[in-house]
Design a protein around this ligand. Structure first.
Ligand code: XMP
Length: 317
């Protein structure tokens, strides 16, 4: 039977013994797993844990600044690296979903490798890998898979030569959350919806521009904040907005407009493998739709995705 407090005690002792006085580098994502892994390691080795939090320019609105502050408040030795411009310029003109994922994976590895080099004598790479990641070995998605495919190609980035530590590799998601709670991590952080590594890039159908990122960040913010304000956020497994690559006709005063369409998606799920669309209340959808159309310049139509998985995946790309 799993007890979070004894798990913490055991794993901290194990990490101390394994790592000793050596240095560890860890990439934080803002998600539950990497955060819990970091707090555990911080407990075990303190300032010898070097956390790196990369802004790929595709995070939610204000996310980089807010989460970085949260991490600092938790006493983590964390460095925020804003590489937004580099990611967005490498992504310019790419509209194929898998090429977007590969590009983001590659640039992330380059940025992370540069940063890891700045830490003298680092010996270990820590990862927030959890049990389902370990068994899901043939997935084509996700950062670990990106690293794997890179691995197969040969020319390894230097940090790949580090020894790996994965304090959560035997845990399921709900156990990770319980460990996080025992460690005193904020409920808000532990209750976060999953968010894909490639971020908003796979929710901007077609090619990515800074203007599209701005529009989608605004729309997503209104939707997510609305869910929180109406007590719906915790009833939904994952939610987000998608910017469609079409314009639609609208009217504003006497003028016709020809502007962007956004889709809202909210799903119920246990593991992301299957998912049902959530029957959000009509009055909530009405309010959010009005707010988006009134506040976000460039959007004149909002639709709600009423498709379940299978066959419709949670993401549109
Ligand atoms: P799909 O769209 O396949 O998504 O139904 C299932 C879950 O996986 C997330 N997802 C990703 N996560 N990198 C990630 O780290 C990816 O490339 C990726 N694609 C999808 C998605 O957000 C959902 O939670």
């Amino acid at each position: 039977n799993f007890t979070p407090s004894s798990f913490v005690e055991d794993i901290v002792a194990e990490m101390k013994a394994k790592i000793g006085n050596d240095k560890v580098v860890l990439g934080l994502s803002g998600g539950v797993d990497s955060t819990v892994a970091a707090v555990l390691l911080n407990k075990a080795i303190g300032k010898n844990l070097y956390c790196i939090f990369v802004n790929n320019g595709l995070l939610r609105k204000n996310e980089f600044e807010n989460v970085l502050k949260q991490y600092e408040g938790m006493g983590l030795n964390v460095k925020g690296v804003d590489s937004s411009e580099r990611f967005l310029s490498e992504l310019a003109g790419i509209d194929d979903p898998e090429t977007k994922r590969k590009t983001i994976g590659r640039v992330f590895i380059e940025v992370f490798d540069d940063e890891a080099h700045k830490i003298e004598d680092v010996k270990f790479l820590a990862q927030g890998t959890i049990y389902p990641d370990v068994i899901e070995s043939v997935s084509v998605k996700g950062p670990s898979a990106t690293i794997k495919s890179h691995h197969n190609v040969g020319g390894l980035p230097d940090f790949m030569k580090l020894q790996i530590v994965e304090p959560l590799r035997m845990l399921f998601k709900d156990e990770v959350r319980r460990v996080g709670k025992t460690l005193g991590i904020d409920d808000e952080l532990l209750g976060r919806h999953p968010f894909p590594g490639p971020g908003l890039s796979i929710r901007i159908l077609g090619d990515i521009t800074p203007e599209k990122v701005r529009i989608l960040q605004e729309v997503d913010y209104i939707f997510i904040q609305g869910l929180k304000d109406h007590g719906l956020y915790d009833k939904v497994w994952q939610a987000g907005a998608i910017l469609l690559p079409v314009n639609s006709v609208g009217v504003m005063g006497d003028e016709r407009t020809y502007e962007k369409v956004v889709a809202l998606r909210a799903v119920e799920s246990t593991d992301g493998m299957t998912a049902d669309w959530v029957h959000l209340p009509y009055d909530f959808l009405m309010k959010i739709s009005n707010e988006i159309i009134n506040k976000v310049k460039g959007v004149n139509r909002v639709v709600y995705d009423i498709s379940s998985k299978p066959p419709a995946t949670i993401e549109w790309e």
